[in-house]
Design a protein around this ligand. Sequence first.
Ligand SMILES: [Zn+2]
Length: 318
Amino acid sequence: MSARVRTLARRASSAAYVLAYHAVQHRVSDPVLDRYALDISTFRQHLRFLKKRRKPIRLSELIDALSDRRAPDPRWCVLTFDDALQSQTTIAAEELAGAGFPWALAIPAGSIESRQPVWTYALRLLLLEHWQGPTIPHPTSGDVVMPTGRSERAQAIDAIVRWLRDTASGEQRARYVDGLRATFGAARFDDCVAADGRFMPAQWSAIRALAAGGVELLAHGFDHYPLNANLEPQFRHRETVDSKALIEQRTGVNVAGFVLPNGISDAKVRSEIQQAGYAACLTSQAMAVTGETDRFSIGRLDADCPLEILRLQLFWRG
Ligand SMILES: [Zn+2]
């Protein structure tokens, strides 16, 4: 082994990380709708690798270290799961319990309460799989022609989702999503979501059971609205304050951490999260956690990837 490789290998084990997962499914086959999902065999590879090479800990242990300005153990890793999907409280939970790993579930409180999928999942599923008409409503320019090819359709839908995420106000987003649901037929859409299964939110009862078994609960917004400068104060309050209150009310568990929906934040977010009573905020920036890390800006590595990519991320970002 050359000196340079030895240095890199040492670096690979020289930093603590938080990993961000989404769905864990028995099968992953669709590059569009399953882009935020891991199949169970890849997930098992991750767990075996982490068991061998890392030391999975509770998020609270990491937050305590950062609060005390102690450098985290470089083998530490924290596993977080975003969006509180049914697949996480069933498939992923079982695998994690089998591995004996602590983990944290990031909950969009309103999605669990209303039994509605997070809006980005809902729009993609509805428009890509179930929308029949030749046109789709556009948030700004009336109706637009829906391309016939699947990948062209996916691109057109992505453009709408991006606009709603990055440019729309909370009001505009809510109006569009609610309008689309009503036009399609709310009950019919609920049936489609249930039959598909991939984007079904978990139930409060399942979340309570996990919490009782030691899984940490984090808030992940209320309606999973991005906390950007376009989000009106009443929506911001709902995302940060009401989400924590609702999760605590439904589970009886203190919610210490906030996970930014879509990893998006603006300058005000950190103080708002702090004022809402959280002890930490997790982003989607791929960064190691060190003794200098601000606990209101803890980076996470995207772990919805093959094991080789996860290994590379841990290696190169060390
Ligand atoms: Zn999310």
